[in-house]
Ligand binder design. Structure first.
Ligand SMILES: [Ca+2]
Length: 426
């Protein structure tokens, strides 16, 4: 837990233009960007250098701050200072970099407690000092966050959390097929009868999905591979030994159960709901992904298509270019789903706290509407750790009944995070 010692001299008043706005909208409230230089301070225990890097990174993510990079900082401090310390004559650095704030920090550890003394000098030369302590393993992240919040004079933006918005009392029809599983595997990956079952559930729920992850992984993966190649029979599945170790299926690959394709609508908001019951191996945390895809240009043949045409990657590559192009064109027209590329991902974490049925629901995207490059959606139920058995029912995808108009996509708030260049629709 963060325990702040001493007064917070950096907060509220150092930069009055930044203090006192609404949480979460720092960018709009900031009147100007403040250029900051963070010095490396090589303390005896090696904590300081990483702290300086973390602080630069965290400040850089904040719209209100512009940070001089580490290499420039090191080169300048070596070039500008000889007998005097940079913090004793900060004007040289201010003039060389255009920065108006100089920060340096000294970290010391006593037992599990880390104490960080941060000194800040604002141009022309007014130095303040603040002490922070933390005794958790995440001390660097905790203290950096506190420093940045103090510098900005406001709490850091917190992303939307599950539970922020109450679940609507009434939805329209689900957009996915057979989320109740009452029609068995219709609308979902087929049962493999080893890890994935559609069967009569308890508690008058009709049919439910049962997923096992407490299995030896290699025999199970061999079986799935044989199924994919038509060399195994679901109706006559192998007996696979149970395994609840870290080496188990749940400890490594986990089990995915995917829905059929759902046409996406850009600008739309959705809700995903699910009922989950952990039956053997308590505290299951299935993640129910909703993955977004686009129809992307193909530059080769899908492995299933190769097999269907009695081709291998080598024999395909040996064909004349015209023939390859024609084959790809014909196959993408016949099987567009094989060439879809993932371009969006969100998930509902169903962290069950009891061994009874629990209901989960959340809207997505967390902010704004669905990006316009998403053409298809697919629900992907992922069960993994702890190894055990999980029942799922009523996994429904709905259009948000509260939404009246399409919403624009909200871009990532972290600078440098961009949509991948290959995720453009064809
Ligand atoms: Ca059901």
């Amino acid at each position: 837990m963060l325990r702040k010692l001493g007064c917070v001299v950096l907060a509220f008043g150092l930069w009055p233009g930044l203090a006192g706005g609404d949480e979460g909208e720092a960018a709009e409230a900031a009147e100007s960007v403040i250029r900051v230089i963070v010095l490396d301070f090589n303390g005896p225990d090696g904590l300081d250098r990483k702290l300086a890097d973390s602080l630069r990174l965290k400040l850089r993510r904040h719209d209100a701050f512009d940070v001089v990079d580490r290499i420039t900082t090191q080169q300048l401090t070596n070039a500008l200072y000889d007998s005097v310390a940079p913090w004793d004559e900060p004007q040289r650095l201010f003039e060389a970099t255009g920065a108006s704030v100089l920060l340096w920090a000294r970290a010391t550890r006593t037992g599990s407690t880390v104490t960080v003394v941060v000194k800040s000098t604002t141009a022309p030369n007014s130095t303040e000092s603040t002490t922070y302590t933390d005794d958790t393993e995440r001390w660097r992240a905790v203290i950096c966050r506190q420093i940045v919040e103090d510098l900005a004079g406001r709490a850091q933006w917190t992303p939307p959390q599950v539970g922020d918005e109450a679940e609507p009392e009434a939805f329209g029809r689900p957009l996915n097929v057979n989320g109740s599983f009452d029609d068995g595997q219709t609308g979902w990956d087929v049962a493999d009868n080893v890890a994935v079952f559609y069967e009569a559930g308890p508690d008058d729920r009709g049919k439910v999905l049962r997923v096992r992850t407490d299995l030896k992984r290699l025999p199970y993966l061999d079986y799935r591979r044989a199924l994919a190649q038509g060399d195994a029979d679901r109706a006559n599945p192998p007996t696979i030994e149970a395994d609840t170790s870290y080496e188990s299926l749940g400890g490594l690959e986990g089990v995915h159960v995917r829905s059929t394709w759902i046409k996406a609508a850009s600008g739309r908001r959705y809700w995903l709901t699910a009922d989950v019951k952990s039956i053997a191996g308590k505290g299951a945390i299935p993640r129910i992904f909703v993955k977004g895809f686009l129809d992307a240009p193909a530059d080769g043949l899908h492995e299933l298509s190769l097999r269907e045409r009695d081709l291998t990657p080598e024999t395909f590559a040996a064909l004349p270019e015209d023939d390859r192009t024609k084959l790809i064109k014909a196959d993408t027209a016949a099987h567009p789903e094989r060439y879809r590329r993932e371009c969006y991902r969100w998930y509902l974490a169903c962290r069950s706290q009891t061994d009874d049925w629990e209901h989960f629901a959340a809207p997505f995207p967390p902010r704004g509407g669905l990006p316009d490059n998403v053409q298809w959606l697919r629900i992907d139920i992922f069960c993994y750790w702890p190894p055990g058995q999980t029942l799922l029912d009523n996994v429904h995808l709905y259009a948000d009944p509260r939404q009246t108009d399409p919403l624009p996509e909200q871009p990532p708030r972290t600078p440098g995070v961009r949509r991948h260049p290959t995720t453009q629709a064809r």
